[in-house]
Design a protein around this ligand. Sequence first.
Ligand SMILES: CC(C)(COP(=O)(O)OP(=O)(O)OC[C@H]1O[C@@H](n2cnc3c(N)ncnc32)[C@H](O)[C@@H]1OP(=O)(O)O)[C@@H](O)C(=O)NCCC(=O)NCCS
Length: 208
Amino acid sequence: MKRLAVLGAGGHGKVVADTAQCCGWELVEFFDDSWPSRTRNGDWSVVGNSTTLLERLQEYDGVIVAIGNNTVRHGKLSELLASSAPVVSLVHPAAVVSRYASIGAGSVVFAGVVVNADASVGIGAILNSGCSVDHDCRLADAIHVGPGARVAGGVSIGEDTWIGIGASIRQMVTVGAQVVVGAGAAVVNDVSDNVVVVGVPAKVVPGS
Ligand SMILES: CC(C)(COP(=O)(O)OP(=O)(O)OC[C@H]1O[C@@H](n2cnc3c(N)ncnc32)[C@H](O)[C@@H]1OP(=O)(O)O)[C@@H](O)C(=O)NCCC(=O)NCCS
């Protein structure tokens, strides 16, 4: 039986678990720091926390981090990779990923996603339901492209950046690291690191 350990038993974790089952993982179990007071996440059991996960890794064929916060997910994934854990990526069977695209370890690609030729996606990324990442994009580690967001050809996105639900990024634009692009924004110019941008066209939120 193929066993997958999932770190992070929130709502995002449920979608990761469901996607894992669609990908053929037969037993999916959660680890979360709310354990042992919490023992269920939807249909799945919570069986340990982040410390016991490291002790029990040999019981699993794969492990993935399903924490929504990009920076936290990035840190936990780096710890697992440093301890040679069998980190896997998941691509839902209803996603379309070009054979010429690359998806890093620990990344998840949910249903309805399209990733086109020569796009590269780093480790620990979330490509959420129905988003698209077009040709020649460079998406760094631990990014999150929200549901239905559109990333046009040749876009670069820096580490830990979150592209909000329904946002659009114009072709060839560079979005920095640790950026938040608000829901529904249209990014038509480059965005520097560590800012929040919102609106159509997207502008930096003062003080962000
Ligand atoms: C941009 C964002 C991060 C701001 O969150 P926040 O700091 O909590 O901001 P608030 O909700 O307090 O709103 C602050 C102001 O910004 C405005 N605002 C918030 N989000 C906005 C958006 N996406 N576009 C335009 N304006 C926005 C609010 O209307 C408010 O304006 P006001 O001060 O004139 O009343 C957030 O609203 C957002 O868009 N997050 C992405 C959500 C998402 O993608 N969810 C999918 C999860 S899978």
